[in-house]
Design a protein around this ligand. Structure first.
Ligand SMILES: [Zn+2]
Length: 197
């Protein structure tokens, strides 16, 4: 039996579905919402507005437009593509300030145990993109874990015959680690020390 009215209980349940929000936090947030109707209104607006965010048609980064800010920026080098697993990895690499090329988001890594084969990733789209773009180097920046390494190997086998230089970021990032959590310095060094595949 809940001590809260049904509406409040609903809100608590919805909030608990978010990552790292436990029962206590959800309850605290829900009560905060009750006490701050103005904030609640703008949060509701933001939640609806975020539905307009889509994936960039070219690189599959999160974007408010057809092309993301990076693809649309003529100042970025058009000769390098950095392949990452998730859009959040782009944010991590951008924070290093050391990379000025383009990106391609795969949407994950090859993980046969979880039923993720190459066809579930944006690999065909990457190959298509490479066909008619002046790309000289593909930097593979998948995570340094088993799935990330398997994906890097798979990609390098596909890319080599195309005559495009294929590199892998250095393993300054701890094995099994996540790009997202690497600090700027480590990630910057990993990019700098990339090796040919
Ligand atoms: Zn893009």
């Amino acid at each position: 039996m809940s001590v809260y009215p049904k509406q409040l209980e609903n809100l608590i349940n919805e909030l608990q579905k978010f990552p790292s929000i436990g029962a206590k936090t959800a309850q605290r947030l829900a009560l905060h919402v009750l006490d701050h109707p103005e904030e609640a209104r703008s949060l509701a607006g933001a939640l609806v507005g975020v539905r307009q965010v889509k994936l960039c048609q070219r690189c599959f980064n999160i974007s408010g437009e057809e092309l993301c800010d990076i693809c649309a920026d003529p100042g970025r080098s058009q000769e390098t593509v950095c392949v990452v697993e998730q859009a959040k990895d782009i944010m991590a690499i951008e924070r290093t300030g050391q990379y000025h090329g383009l990106y391609h988001v795969l949407g994950g890594a090859i993980a046969p145990m979880d039923g993720v084969g190459p066809e579930k990733l944006k690999i065909a789209e990457l190959l298509e993109r490479l066909k008619d773009a002046p790309i000289k180097e593909v930097i593979i920046a998948t995570n340094p874990n088993m799935e990330g390494e398997a994906t890097a190997m798979y990609l390098s086998k596909l890319l080599k015959p195309l005559g495009i230089r294929t590199t892998r970021i250095a393993s300054g990032i701890p094995v099994g680690g996540d790009l997202e959590y690497a600090d700027e310095m480590t990630l910057g060094k990993a990019l700098e020390g990339r090796r040919d595949l």
